[in-house]
Each structure stands twice: as structure tokens, then as C-alpha cells.
Design a protein around this ligand. Structure first.
Ligand code: HEM
Length: 181
């Protein structure tokens, strides 16, 4: 659940420094420039997995819609401000993936794919001789880790909610069973 405790813990866990925030904000033009090729390659990769291909084409126009969502997400990594609104949005993205029935392992693999692209097409291609090249990659990794962490927490929360609704269990009973009591 996104409450103040969750938000402040996520901010601590994300461990973004002022330098990370500044470098990320500075990289916005590079992210905007590279968004289209990255997004195109991202969906080519997803379509090579049959179950994902089916999900992507389950509704007419979905892939095109998703390309827009992913490009906005990518450029959004350079927001520079990573406070409540940002965290809430990432949590909502996680929930959307639970709703469409996507297993979380695909999100983890997709994030790894985005990291590879960020390294090659953003840091290496756009800042080849920059003394802060490594710091830029670290900042991108930190923000992608934070995003992934929030999305996975959202998976956990929403899947538990679905389980409680289906079984009629209370959360307290579930916790007791999990604790072996
Ligand atoms: C780094 C990993 C990923 C990111 C950042 C991401 C990002 C997003 C975003 C921003 C949305 C829109 C949420 C909304 O506004 O409601 C979305 C929806 C969706 N994503 Fe992902 N996604 C990721 C991985 C995947 C993967 C691996 C698949 C596999 C097919 C996938 C399939 C979908 C589907 C089917 C929707 C709903 C689209 C719709 O009904 O309009 N996503 N994703």
C-alpha cells in the first residue's frame, strides 16, 4: 500500500543522490532522442516470446498504445524529482501489469533489457567522452532499480488482494497461515 511509511522507505532504499537526480534530469534530451529506437527494439524482443506476443495482441491497437506508454515511462526516468507522485505512478504501472495477467518475471527481464539499451544507446552513444559516463549509468541503474522495486511491491500487494477476495480469507488469517501458526 502506498502510504507515507512506504514512500519514505522507498526513497531511502532507492538511495538516489542529488548528483543522480541532476544527471538524470540532464539526460532528458538523450532519453527523448533514443526513446523511439529503444521502444521499437523492446517490442521486437517481447514479440519473440509467444505468450507475450498473444498478450500484446489481445486487443486491437494495444501495441501502438504500449509504445506510447513505454516511451513516456522511459523519458519519465529523467523527471529529476522522485517524490510521492512519481512513486504512486510507478505503483499504478505495477498494478496494471497484474490486471493484464503478466507474470512478474517478464517485467524483471524487460527491465534488464532496458538497462542494456540505456547503457549502449544513451550513455555510450550520447556521452562517449564524458568524464561522468559511469556516474550517468549508476544514476540510470538506481532509478530503474527503484522503479522495479515499486512495481514488484505493487505485484505483491495486488496479488495478495486478489487472493483474499477469491478465498474470503482475512489478511490476519493469511499472515497467521504464512507464519505457520
Ligand atoms: C520495464 C518493464 C515494463 C515497463 C516499464 C512497462 C510500462 C508500462 C506502462 C507505463 C503501461 C501503462 C500503464 C497504464 O498507464 O495504465 C504498461 C501497460 C501494459 N504493459 Fe507494460 N511495461 C513493462 C513490461 C511489460 C512486459 C514485459 C509486457 C509483456 C507483454 C507488458 C505488457 C503490458 C500490457 C499488456 C499493458 C496494458 C496495456 C493496455 O491495456 O493498454 N509490459 N506497461
Amino acid at each position: 500500500m502506498v502510504d507515507q511509511t512506504f514512500i519514505s522507505e522507498m526513497k531511502q532504499l532507492g538511495a538516489l543522490t542529488d548528483q543522480d537526480r541532476q544527471l538524470l534530469a540532464e539526460m532528458k534530451p538523450a532519453l527523448e532522442k533514443q526513446a523511439t529506437p529503444i521502444v521499437e527494439a523492446f517490442y521486437v524482443q517481447l514479440e519473440s516470446f509467444e505468450p507475450l506476443k498473444q498478450l500484446l495482441h489481445a486487443e486491437p491497437g494495444r501495441v501502438e498504445r504500449l509504445k506510447g506508454h513505454l516511451a513516456r515511462w522511459l523519458v519519465g526516468l529523467s523527471a529529476g524529482v522522485y517524490e510521492e507522485d512519481y512513486l504512486q505512478e510507478r505503483y499504478r504501472i505495477g498494478k496494471r501489469h497484474v490486471e493484464v495477467g503478466l507474470e512478474p518475471r517478464y517485467v524483471i527481464a524487460a527491465m534488464a533489457f532496458c538497462r542494456g539499451f540505456a547503457s549502449r544507446q544513451i550513455v555510450e552513444a550520447e556521452y562517449p567522452a564524458d568524464p561522468q559516463k559511469e556516474a550517468r549509468m549508476i544514476a540510470l541503474n538506481r532509478i530503474m532499480d527503484l522503479d522495479l522495486n515499486i512495481m514488484l511491491q505493487s505485484y505483491d500487494d495486488h496479488r495478495l488482494k486478489q487472493f483474499l477476495e477469491v478465498t474470503g480469507f482475512s489478511e490476519a488469517l493469511f499472515e497467521t497461515l504464512m507464519a505457520g501458526g
